[in-house]
Design a protein around this ligand. Sequence first.
Ligand code: MG
Length: 378
Amino acid sequence: MKSCNGFPEAVAIILCAGSGERTNLGYNKILYHMGKTPLLELTLGAFSRSAVSRTVLVINERDETQIREIADKFANVTIAYGGDARTDSVRNGLKAAADCGIAVIHDGARPFVSPALINATIESAAKFGSGIAAVPATDTVKECEANVITRGLDRSKLMCMQTPQSFDYKAICAAYDSAQGSFTDDAAVWTNAGNIARIVAGEYENVKVTTPADLFRGAPARSKIGLGFDVHKLVPDRKLVLGGVTVPHCKGLLGHSDADALAHAITDSILSAAGLPDIGVLFPDTDPSTEGISSMVFLKDAVRRITELGYIIGNISAVIMAQKPKLAPHIEAMRQTLAEAANIRISQINVSATTTETLGITGEEKGIAASATCLLFY
Ligand code: MG
């Protein structure tokens, strides 16, 4: 058995066999996309940055092709098939996770889980045998029958269970071996076998996607906005490139690269949202390898950097400030080119153009400026 940071090896068992009936999507909700990213990819991304060394996805055969496509983007992910009930699915997952120290059981439909929370449950399981993510109840909860309240419950003692729920592997296997009937979470199976379940402080953003409204409930709390601005000088005998599109004009923008002010503003907005250094630091104009280069290279590199950090793009909104030429006929091509480079859908990026009424640098046609904002989810 391997170990990690002094802990026994932790293996994730991610339950993905749901049908998505309650979301009314008509397909498994873990395959729902936020932008171009399926929810399952967000979940796997968080686990790939945690202390788990392997992951078992428990799936429905019906979704196998799509799930394998997502799983292939990550290392050490294997697949097991789900059973009729949740308990059967977990049993199959535990079997596939064979010979590890800690089982980290998680709902695939909790895509906003953080690596820190995953690690906290592992640490608790290593010390105490179990680590259950849970948050204090914020709503008042009552027992009801036929629309009548039958019993009030003391909210100060109520906790809402989340996942991950991590356990000593051998002990949770034994608990599942002796479990009969149905259980809605693993803590219930664990305590049913006479074990003590330890709570770890969960996260309110770690929502379970059950209804369409939930799909974005966790997202706002896990978002960051970035702003970018750029201006380049207009000179004769240069191509005018904006948003990766060559726009016919008697002048072009001066700069070390293709001087695409729009692409630069957008790239800076992405980098800024993620807290990364700006384009001038990452791609200095003293670097001969970027001379005359297409700025789409910078944009693609910024997107690669933020993706590695676990961010995905929510949307980008940009404005070009130019007195001339007329840009409206080129906006769609710019959106298309930029969306392709940033690996997002065209609906996630908008570009507008304005003159500055003959005023200032852009109004006097001395230069073209661009500004952009970018929303990132993580
Ligand atoms: Mg620039």
